[in-house]
Every structure is written in C-alpha cells, then in structure tokens.
Design a protein around this ligand. Structure first.
Ligand code: ZN
Length: 277
C-alpha cells in the first residue's frame, strides 16, 4: 500500500493502554468490530492468560501484533538491579516473540540522583547486553525517546539524536527507534533527525496522539489527534518521507477518555485518525 494513502484505516493500530478499561478480549472484540487491524499489546493485559495463549487469541481474532509494550528501565545503582533489568527485558523479548510482535518498545529508564550521562551509558550497555536475545528471537528493541519532563525518573533518552546515537553505536537491525509525537514534537531538530534515522534504517515505530493545552496531568492527559497543538500529519509526512511504511499506533493515556464508553471512543479514534492523523 502506498505510504501516502491517508484515506483509510488499514495502517491504524491501537495500544491496549489507550483503552485501559478493557481486557485483552475486549480490545480484540472492540478493535475487530471497528475494523482496526493492528494491536500494540501492553504486558499487563497478557498476565491473565500468558503470552502464548494471548498470542493465539490475537491471531484467532485476525489482528496483527504490532509491538509489545514495554521493556527498558535499564539504569540502576546496583549490579544486581541492573541484572534484574536485563532479565526483565529478555522476558519481554520472549513475550513479543510469543505474540508475534516484531518489536519491544523501550522506556529506557532514569534513576533520581543518577547523572543523565551515567544513565545513558547504562542504557546503551543494557541494550547491548540483551541484543543477542533480541537477535535470537528476531525482535527489535525500539528505543522510545521520552519528553524531557520524564528525564528525572523515566528515561534519560529524551531526543531523537540520543536514540540515533545508540542505534549507530550498536549497528544492529534489531535496534531501532519508536518515534512518538507526544515526546518529540517540540524538538527543533526533529525533521532532520527523522531524516537521519530513516537513512540509518532506524525507524521502527510511529506513535500518535496530541499534546493538550493546558496539560492537566503529565502522564494521563494526552489528547486524541486534533485535540492539541501537535501537527501530527506533518510529522507523519516526515516519517513517511524517511521511508517508514509501518503502522500508525494510537497511544493515548487519558483519564477523560478512559471514563467514556470505549466502543464509542474507538469510533472517535478512527475519526480523529482520518482527520488529523
Ligand atoms: Zn509511545
């Protein structure tokens, strides 16, 4: 399908966390009914049945697993905690393979009190350490730069450039970047960095939503495309010009939208995607 085809929902995927009130079964039923074919699976929705069975359910529903969300959280002050993080990421890679997802999205981690440069070093080292397991499973480790408001405790990787540098250093087709408009829309180098990431073959995923004004909560007040100030279409254009032909993943954490009827909400997601995505 041509990357420029903006008129249909065939490349629309939804993160299960977008419909947080729903179980995996409910997500599968709701997305199928709405004609949404891609699902990005948050780990906790797999807990009740396990990844093997969950993967079977996704396939039986005719949906495609787009990503397992989320691994990462590499930096830690002690060696044993760093090892625990590596084990967790290997587990994520196994789960991704079990549900047929081609990537694990990485929230890379940050620890209050640890200098960002040290955290970044540990992140690169952690990704390198689990890379053989990613290669064995044929699953990509997709580094998601997070908005700098999360640099203190969630991720020391905050710009596309930092993610790209790790991709370049490791030079593996199993390390890439998840471009999330919520986290990178403000970056003055965004267009150029997307182009560079495309040239390196690093763009693994594209996440969409919007930045509400005012933002009432730093975690759970994302908007649907068109509800805020991000020009999603323009960024999508840059990503597609850089060669990306994958899914457009709607990832919205919103107390406001979680309180609504989720079936109606999925219909509004589709409408927002077609008009503003
Ligand atoms: Zn994201």
């Amino acid at each position: 399908m041509p990357a420029s085809d903006l008129s249909d929902t065939s490349r629309l995927a939804i993160h299960t966390q977008t419909n947080k009130p729903w179980t995996l079964e409910e997500c599968l039923a709701g997305y199928s009914a709405a004609g949404v074919r891609g699902i990005s699976v948050w780990r906790h929705v797999l807990e009740p049945m396990g990844a093997e069975k969950g993967g079977g359910m996704i396939r039986a529903a005719g949906l495609e697993s787009v990503a397992l969300v989320r691994g990462g959280f590499f930096p830690a002050f002690g060696e044993s905690d760093r090892q625990k993080a590596l084990d967790l990421n290997r587990e994520c890679l196994d789960e991704a393979a079990a549900i047929g997802a081609p990537m694990v999205v990485l929230v890379c981690g940050a620890v209050p009190g640890m200098p960002l440069a040290e955290a970044r070093k540990q992140i690169a080292g952690g990704i390198e350490a689990v890379l053989p397991h990613a290669e064995k499973n044929d699953v990509v480790l997709a580094i998601e730069p997070l908005h700098p408001m999360y640099a203190g405790d969630k991720s020391a990787i905050n710009r596309m450039a930092e993610a790209r540098e790790i991709c370049e250093k490791l030079g593996s087709q199993h390390v890439g970047i998840a471009v999330d408009v919520y986290h990178v829309w403000w970056d003055p180098d965004l267009e150029e960095e997307i182009e560079l990431a495309g040239q390196g073959g690093f763009i693994s995923a594209f996440h969409i939503c919007d930045w509400r004004n005012p933002t009432r909560d730093l975690l759970t007040d994302r908007g649907l495309m068109g509800e805020g100030c991000i020009n999603v279409k323009r960024i999508r254009g840059w990503v597609e010009d850089a060669g990306f032909t994958g899914w457009n993943e709607v990832e919205v954490f919103s107390e406001e939208h979680w309180a609504e009827d989720q079936n109606d909400y999925v219909e509004r997601i589709k409408k927002a995607y077609l008009e503003h995505g």
